[in-house]
Design a protein around this ligand. Structure first.
Ligand SMILES: Cc1ncc(COP(=O)(O)O)c(C=O)c1O
Length: 477
């Protein structure tokens, strides 16, 4: 938790000044605010040329506001950096778990990225969006990777039908795939094998996935058995290996280590006769949520992994594999802000002042889940000096529903618009209807235009899946 003294901002305007510094403007993941953020004549925050207070009036509150320029810039920077630093072929695929909907898939796909999906629902969303863009079946298959540590038979059948690459996580999944393929002898299923490399990184416990005590992937001491088994299956086309070591990572060393470990395992797999010409090193690059966060830029991260993989290939006399990265947070996280309307205030003398907003843990479960921290500004009084220390409380019936503790803000009134920064990743995608709150709308902003990409749920949406058994009605009255 950052102490108040560590925060360097004195008004919301300071965040804009920082966001507009040229060295941080370069890489979206290093910017607290979307790249187009600016202040207008009314002292209001604008993103994508749209006044945030006006957006809230038009689309309601709370509201996710996604900046198209920031998202496209991040996609572009990943692709360009791989072209610059990796001498083999490369593919950047968006980890759709960060935030998946038709609009986002469309933008990311139009920037030339592929997709990683982890469920039948993400698969469905992605395929529908790509079909709407008239992508051929072949192109969809080539750009789609299916993850998951407990994929159902139904999900696997859909993935096989689409022809995407399945990132196999465990023995049961391998057996299911082999059985499914027996029903169609002409079928070969493209797969990658997900391995657990045992690399530690200093990130929150729940978002580490690559150390040995992990529910994901095959254990490294099973590699001989694994490669032997897979090499005996005619129906499996093992194209390569995968590992993902965690999320919100600022250090570069873990990914450097990962590159060399994975290349050695690639060579081992090839020695078992597996084709294995792809290496997927996962995602994990962190973003700036608070001023003290200092993630490497997209370019620096890509340079690190590219050089590590190339160096290891040279040491192992291996041709460069197709290098795949699957970032989520660093593509979409900094592109979005959430606008809330400020409501009630509770002052506890000599202890704390709570300011409540009209959302909370249902639209952003990260603070209560990971103790994540965020920066805020009051969007309709940007340059007002910070004059008090308050705690921002959500509206849920849960004492832990606190968005930010002890933050400096100007004096606010009910109806002011509070903007929380960097909410594009793992906010809407982890949102719930806790306390039966409808999930907020999301608008895409660009050049003064705002378009709905997710409609606000209504109260009737909330009961649309409820079913009332007829016999219950006969007891009433
Ligand atoms: C397998 C896999 N790939 C990619 C990602 C994306 O990670 P990030 O959003 O940190 O880039 C995740 C997220 O946890 C993941 O589990």
């Amino acid at each position: 938790m950052l102490s108040i003294e560590q925060r360097t901002s004195h008004s919301g305007q300071d965040y804009l000044d920082q966001a507009n510094l040229s060295e941080v403007k370069g890489s979206p993941n290093q910017s607290l605010l979307p790249l187009t953020a600016t202040v207008n004549n009314c002292d209001h925050l604008e993103v994508g040329g749209c006044d945030i207070q006006t957006l809230v009036k038009q689309f309601g509150s709370p509201l996710y506001v996604l900046d198209e320029v920031t998202l496209r810039t991040a996609c572009h920077q990943y692709r360009e950096a791989f072209k610059t630093y990796y001498a083999g072929t490369s593919q950047v695929i968006y980890a759709s778990k960060a935030w998946s909907c038709l609009g986002i898939v469309n933008i990311v796909a139009s920037e030339g990225l592929g997709f990683d999906v982890v469920s039948g629902g993400e698969l469905h969303t992605t395929v529908k969006a790509l079909e709407m863009m008239n992508w051929s079946r072949e192109k969809i298959a080539q750009n789609l990777y299916f993850h998951g540590n407990n994929k159902s038979q139904e999900e696997l059948k859909i993935a096989i039908d689409i022809g995407c690459t399945i990132i196999v996580d465990n023995w049961l999944e391998l057996e299911i795939l082999v059985k499914l393929a027996e029903q169609n002898p002409a079928l070969t299923i493209p797969i990658l094998l997900r391995l657990t490399p045992g690399i530690e990184c200093h990130t929150h416990e729940y978002i580490r996935t690559g150390h040995l005590d992990s529910k994901f992937g095959f254990d490294p001491n099973q590699l001989d058995r694994l490669f032997t088994y897979v090499s005996q299956q005619q129906s499996l086309d093992c194209r390569g290996l995968h590992a993902h070591i965690g999320s919100q990572i600022f250090e570069r060393q873990p990914h450097e280590d990962l590159g060399s470990v994975m290349v050695e395992w690639l060579k081992k797999a090839q020695n078992y006769g597996l084709k294995c010409q792809e290496l997927n090193i996962g995602g994990g690059l962190g973003i700036r949520y608070v001023e003290s966060d200092d993630p490497p830029s997209i370019e620096q991260w890509v340079k690190t992994v590219s050089e590590a993989v190339m160096k290891a290939c040279e040491a192992n006399q291996l041709p460069y594999p197709k290098l795949i990265a699957e970032p989520g947070r660093s593509l979409v996280g900094s592109a979005c802000i959430t606008a809330y309307t400020i409501g009630s205030r509770k002052e506890i003398p000599d202890l704390r002042t709570y300011i409540a907003i009209d959302g909370g843990m249902s639209d952003n479960p990260r603070p209560i889940t990971y103790q994540s921290q965020y920066c805020v500004v009051v969007a309709n009084r940007l340059s007002a000096p910070y004059s008090e220390t308050v705690t921002i409380a959500g509206k849920h019936c849960e004492s832990g529903d606190i968005l930010i503790k002890d933050i400096k803000l100007p004096l606010t009134q009910p109806g002011d618009i509070l903007v929380v920064m960097a909410t594009g990743a793992y906010n809407h995608s982890m949102a719930s209807n806790y306390n039966r709150l409808p999930r907020p709308a999301a608008v895409l902003v660009n050049n003064g235009e705002a378009n709905l990409i997710l409609q606000r749920e209504t109260y009737d949406d909330l009961i649309s899946q409820d079913r009332l058994p007829q016999r219950l009605l006969s007891y009433s009255s």
